[in-house]
Design a protein around this ligand. Structure first.
Ligand code: GAL
Ligand code: CA
Length: 345
């Protein structure tokens, strides 16, 4: 009798898992509709707007190709971690199949991971990289991004080339005088672009002198304000403006134009549409393509595989089981047309 009861209860458990699909490790199941919750750290960030557009495009392509409805629920956390935590809770309550999170505070990812894991929902972080312990210590947690170090190096190589070809040494002292516009403090892209851009320049045998550096939080207006200050302090002594992204570089160009003095060389990162125009116009010497399309495509491919219970390693190249890295590309006048054709063509 006892045996019979155990057998019955096991059968019942099996039936329960079959009916609810809650068997922990979901098998491949080819859903007819998929819901993805996306939270952006700020909806007014230029590069993240590119990511948003590309995500929508990728989701639409997939719908058309496969006849599977993909609902992207995209929310703006407006720079507030509490708002983002609430958004994540709402996504989970709505039964989202996968979450794509661009964390406001990249050191606070573990709270979000706890919530998602409790609901057995996989999470893909992007653009703002959580610490390795958060990504690595649990199951279905991923990061899609690009190597910040690589973007710094490529930017530095642009400057090293210009130093050799363009006669930047205005005061003839053999030393490159520069200012550095930094992104948000603590962001991996601020820290590593700042470090490796300069390392690439000094590594090419060029001596440098830093006149000033300050954060302008990825923002064009703040970039212009910092640059105005530096123009007053250093004026014509500035030979190069390094900027951790294009928006701040464009802000620096705004300030330099208003000033009307001799233009230093300005370089950015992202290759946004306005930055590409500035390269074409000769205002921005060069930039580094932050591949919004590639990152969005990888996120959508990964999300759809996870939602269907397919092996994520089958659709994207996973490193250390959790990371998808997209390459950066340097952009200057020489390859601008080719890049524009690829992005806009
Ligand atoms: C960087 C990008 C910046 C800004 C930032 C936001 O990768 O270069 O422009 O979008 O991410 O996290
Ligand atoms: Ca000099």
């Amino acid at each position: 009798m006892k045996k019979y009861c155990i057998l019955l209860s096991e059968l019942w458990l099996c039936a329960f898992f079959l009916l609810t699909g809650c068997a922990g490790t979901k098998g491949a199941e080819e859903k007819k509709s998929i819901r993805i919750g996306v939270s952006l750290y700020r909806g007014d960030d230029t590069f993240l707007n590119n990511i948003r557009g590309e995500l929508e495009r990728c989701a639409k392509d997939f719908e058309q190709e496969k006849g599977v409805k993909v609902t992207l629920d995209i929310q703006d956390a407006k720079g507030n971690q509490n708002t983002q935590n609430d958004q994540v809770e709402r996504f989970l309550a709505l039964g989202c199949d996968v979450l794509c999170i661009n964390p406001v505070d990249r050191t606070a990812a573990s709270v979000l991971i706890d919530k998602a894991m409790a609901a057995q929902t996989p999470v893909i972080f992007f653009n703002r990289q959580p610490v390795a312990e958060d990504i690595n210590y649990r199951g279905r947690v991923f990061y899609v991004g690009a190597s910040a170090e690589e973007s710094g190096r490529l930017q530095g190589e642009l400057v090293a080339q210009a130093w050799k070809e363009e006669g930047l040494d205005r005061n003839g002292d053999g030393v490159l005088q520069y200012v550095m516009l930094e992104g948000e403090p603590g962001h991996q892209d601020s820290l590593l672009r700042t470090e490796y851009s300069i390392e690439a320049v000094t590594g090419a045998g060029i001596e440098v002198e830093k006149l000033a550096n300050a954060p302008a939080n990825w923002n064009r207006g703040q970039g212009a304000a910092r640059m105005n200050q530096w123009i007053k302090e250093y004026g014509e002594r500035i030979e190069v403006v390094f900027s951790n992204n294009d928006d701040m570089a464009l802000g620096a160009i705004d300030a330099l134009r208003e000033w009307g003095g001799p233009m230093p060389l300005v370089v950015g990162v992202d290759a946004t549409a306005p930055a590409r125009e500035a390269v074409a116009a000769g205002d921005l010497y060069g930039t580094v393509l932050n591949d919004a399309r590639g990152q969005a495509q990888a996120m959508v491919d990964l999300a759809l595989a996870l939602a269907d219970g397919r092996d994520p390693g089958g659709v994207v190249e996973l490193q250390e089981g959790h990371y998808v890295w997209l390459p950066y590309r340097r952009v200057d006048r020489d390859n601008l047309e080719e890049i524009v054709r690829e992005l806009e063509g």
